[in-house]
Design a protein around this ligand. Sequence first.
Ligand code: BES
Ligand code: ZN
Ligand code: ZN
Length: 494
Amino acid sequence: MYQSIEIASRSISKPAAIVCFFFDDKALRPADKALDKASKGALAAALKRAEVNGTAGESHHVDVGKMRYLLVGLGEAKKLDGRVLRQVGAATVRALDRIGAVTAGLQLTGLFSEALPPERAAQALAEGIGLASFDFHDFKATTKKEGKVKSLRIAADDSSLTAALRKGLALADSTNYARRLAATPPNVATTTYVAAQAQKLARASKGRIKCRVIKGAALEREKLVGLINVGKASENPPCLIELTYTPRGSRKTVLLVGKTICYDTGGLSLKINNGMKGMKYDKNGGMAVLGAMHAIAHAIKPSCKVVALLPAAENSISDEAYRPDDIITYLNGVSVEVTNTDAEGRLVLADALAWGCRKIKPDAIIDLATLTGGVVVALGSACAGLFCNDDTLRGRIECAAEAAGDRVWRLPLWEDYREMMKSKHADIWNSAPVRHAHPIQGAAFLSYFVDEKTPWAHIDIAGTSNIDSDQSPFVAGPTGFGVRLLASVLENWE
Ligand code: BES
Ligand code: ZN
Ligand code: ZN
């Protein structure tokens, strides 16, 4: 697969392939008629072939003399939306890779309808192209030896879409950045490593983003007790990573929080059977937030101030580990009885939320976390669970989620659930003795650390941030869920 993809500003004179799209009516689109004429009817003839159906993402190549055409199906015209276009983009780049093309011309004129603005459509197509070109071979000996970079240059026949294509590719790049960090194993991607990556991101932003890491004695001074306790048993020390983007003249501040558990063994409430495998992905909330900051550095220019907080720790075991029965008192005065050391994510998020409310005084908070196995049982990998105390914020998130293809579904957060979290010997416990409503218990717990009047959304991404089987444009593994969702929310924040 290509390591580098670029959108050319002008048309490429003799591209290795010309990509023509067609719907399931198998009709030649008006824009392609001239090409068909030049190819002596070869395109129209190819569309008539029995094995050509026009389902979204199917591809066929047709060689006419020295020219190679790639026919890519779009499915049903009235079903064409961002999700389909991402899949079509993915199929296109995979087909181009298969035929070894280094340059391609995309025939986009007249492809998009009123219902689907051309810029949004072109962006989605390019997102699919970029997302499908993700691979993670950093640890394979064979790729290290290969050395040479495979690259692709793309031009569209409609140059007014160049900016939209570039933006789609840049957002896919930020998503792939998050996916690469997510895939990095826990013996490499430690808390210190993640902090160093955040600092590197800030340096690369040319001053647009500042980074600060609170660790060691400073954690005690700042009363970040969740991080201290969860991180106690690991040789990799806990820290709170803060990234700040301040545009000129900004008035509103959005706080992003991402659960960054670099590895979750469950702690003394150790994960059993094969439950631990894959827990390198327990940092994915934080990686999605980092990806969104990467997008600010490279792809979007929000007009609001954005602060990102990544509470980073490794939930491990040792004689120094925190235990079930411990009681921890937080910065905002709320005391928590630990009933299960495997419900560690909420303990570190509580620090970031309470500290963030006090120090940053945000106008809105969005947290992303691989918080519960329960959300995977409830919603699978089709969408993330959304909890929100504010209708306007919920509307913004739902809208951005639909646009980005990072789907969310609302779950309730009534007082009844907050009641479930009340403990006998402390104010609340981190997990109720009954297994009812697990994803909601997590959200209800977090609500005790957010100022009541602050609009806040919690997105449980345990089912969506990594997947077991291919779901185009994604392959099995990390999806970077949340990066483009957050980018879209921030971009539209006035
Ligand atoms: N990191 C897990 C949640 C998780 C589970 C993510 C499976 C992805 C796949 C979290 O820290 C956890 O262990 N949650 C427990 C909570 C319980 C102990 C209250 C869970 O969901 O079982
Ligand atoms: Zn856990
Ligand atoms: Zn966890």
